[in-house]
Design a protein around this ligand. Structure first.
Ligand SMILES: NC(=O)c1ccc[n+]([C@@H]2O[C@H](COP(=O)([O-])OP(=O)(O)OC[C@H]3O[C@@H](n4cnc5c(N)ncnc54)[C@H](OP(=O)(O)O)[C@@H]3O)[C@@H](O)[C@H]2O)c1
Length: 339
């Protein structure tokens, strides 16, 4: 075989590989490190057993699904949120899964905005189980309103809940993890903590703040390699997030939570979260296309991504004003596996 032919074959092979990778990326629903860990990494079923896991926002959506999947791994669970009746319902379903007994699940009502209660809540968990292996900072609320129409109280509430509430609980749990020189602090952030969208200025700000905080905290904890800090950044996922979103006024409920069916299945999002937790990934992006692509563009071509955000944002605002869920009419995912 001549050198020329060999070079042509090599070039063709490289091109094919590139096309295959591009096609795989178009079907991806997580960042590349996460999908690699799903393929080759440690399994949650091996890594997360016998742990004490404290999940905030366990009464609904992502947190609820997370505790169902965790309950199958044989962990001890602490379920927190404000609505006790919903937490009790979730506990009953966890027990129906069969792997846990009543004593393995503690229902611990907690309002993230009531920071003075966090120390006592942490003591209650330690008294019950003697340790906290994983804290999942998941509780939070989103926003659907334009800045010009929105009362500043709404911004205060979003920062109190999503940002300061999360920091406060972390501050209570961290000394215990430092003492043990081990632990996982998992925070459910959002793609809105990386990129941005209209109608969610306060939400985006709170999630950007969280991401900056935890990336900096991770660096501060470098002396404790057994303590890991992870940001989980999902795109749109099926849950009650829009129904519970804050609007122009603190007490004004959202009028139309719209069609949520185009979003990623909660079970898939949570499975990828467990993979991230098992592999101690520092930050993961969990989203179907085109959301994932926009996040990558935001990293590599920020000006273009911000231009695109404004273009698509006009449509998002129109949808919102017409009572349609902000993204549903133009952000149809390119595929719907795992549903
Ligand atoms: N779904 C998505 O598309 C999406 C995308 C990216 C990121 N996220 C993030 O995922 C997390 C979970 O949201 P979700 O989608 O599962 O929404 P969800 O179904 O509305 O659940 C939110 C949870 O947060 C709790 N919560 C709200 N206010 C609270 C407070 N003051 N104190 C304690 N808990 C409180 C709620 O429980 P109570 O009402 O009983 O207190 C509920 O359990 C949030 O941090 C959200 O920002 C969601």
């Amino acid at each position: 075989m001549s050198w020329e032919l060999l070079l042509w074959l090599l070039a063709l092979g490289a091109l094919l590989l590139l096309v295959v990778q591009l096609l795989r990326f178009l079907r991806a629903d997580g960042d590349l490190t996460l999908l690699w860990a799903e393929w080759q990494g440690r399994r949650p079923e091996w890594e997360l057993t016998d742990m004490v896991v404290w999940v905030t926002g366990a009464s609904s959506g992502i947190g609820e699904e997370l505790v169902y999947q965790l309950s199958k791994l044989g962990v001890s669970l602490v379920l927190s949120a404000r609505r006790v009746s919903e937490l009790e319902r979730v506990k009953r379903r966890c027990l129906e899964n069969g792997n846990l007994k009543g004593k393995d699940i503690l229902v611990l009502p907690l309002d993230l905005t009531n920071r003075s209660s966090h120390e006592a809540a942490t003591k209650a968990v330690l008294q019950e189980f003697g340790k906290i292996d994983i804290l999942v900072n998941n509780g939070g609320r989103s926003q659907r309103s334009l800045f010009v129409d929105t009362n500043l109280d709404v911004y205060e509430e979003l920062i109190e809940l999503n940002y300061l509430g999360t920091l406060s609980l972390t501050k209570c749990v961290l000394p215990h993890m430092i003492e043990r020189k081990q632990g996982k602090i998992i925070t459910v952030n959002s793609l809105m903590g990386i990129i941005a969208a209209p109608l969610a200025t306060g939400y985006c700000a709170s999630k950007h703040a969280l991401r900056g905080f935890f990336n900096s905290l991770r660096a501060e904890l470098a002396a404790y390699p057994g303590i890991t800090v992870s940001n989980i950044c999902p795109g749109p996922v099926q849950s009650n997030i829009v129904k519970n979103a804050l609007t122009e006024e603190i007490s004004k409920p959202i009028e139309n939570s719209g069609d949520q069916s185009y979003k990623m299945a909660t079970s898939r999002c949570v499975r990828l979260m467990l993979i991230s937790m098992a592999n101690d990934l520092k930050e993961v992006w969990i989203a179907e296309q085109p959301f994932l692509l926009v996040a990558y563009l935001g990293q590599y071509m920020p000006t273009f991504a911000l231009w695109l955000t404004s273009k698509l944002g006009k449509r998002r605002i129109e949808n919102f004003k017409n009572g349609v869920d902000a993204d549903s009419s133009y952000f149809k995912p390119l595929k719907r596996k795992h549903n």
